[in-house]
Design a protein. Structure first.
Length: 139
């Protein structure tokens, strides 16, 4: 996001390459974007919430709330529980107390029983199982 150096390939005439910022840290004039994603393994659909602050535990849980409000409760109107998988670090890591502390409020607001499992360190959580092997929905 923004005019930053990208290690991919883009061809320009040698005498007129575009100017880019070679340092990937936030610039005050351009702001900062923090994406947080929710991936539904049953429907194979993704939801990305982009904030303009830091990736924090509050932002992570607010993103899950937004997914539930905008997509989840419509897709699963009879749901009584929500099973979340999270990577081992970052704003929703297994050691982040604030993320755990905010979960009961989310559960109370939605009436859902919330289950959270964290992937072990070094595991690539974004590789999903083949189509049809995810959890099934009844009803």
């Amino acid at each position: 996001m923004g005019n930053f150096r990208n290690p991919g390939r883009e061809w320009y005439p040698q005498e007129s390459p575009p100017e880019v910022n070679v340092y990937d840290f936030p610039h005050r004039a351009e702001g900062q974007a923090s994406p947080y994603g929710v991936y539904d393994v049953t429907t194979h659909e993704g939801f990305v919430n982009v904030g303009t602050s830091h990736d924090t535990a509050e932002f992570a849980l607010m993103s899950v709330r937004r997914w539930w409000d905008l997509m989840g409760h419509q897709q699963y109107p009879e749901a009584t529980a929500l099973y979340l998988t999270a990577d081992g670090g970052g704003s929703n890591g297994h050691r982040v107390r604030l993320f755990k502390a905010e979960l009961p409020a989310f559960a109370n607001d939605t009436g859902l029983e919330i289950h959270v499992s964290h992937f072990p360190p070094g595991h690539w959580p974004y590789a999903h199982p083949p189509r049809g092997s995810g959890p099934s929905r009844t009803g």
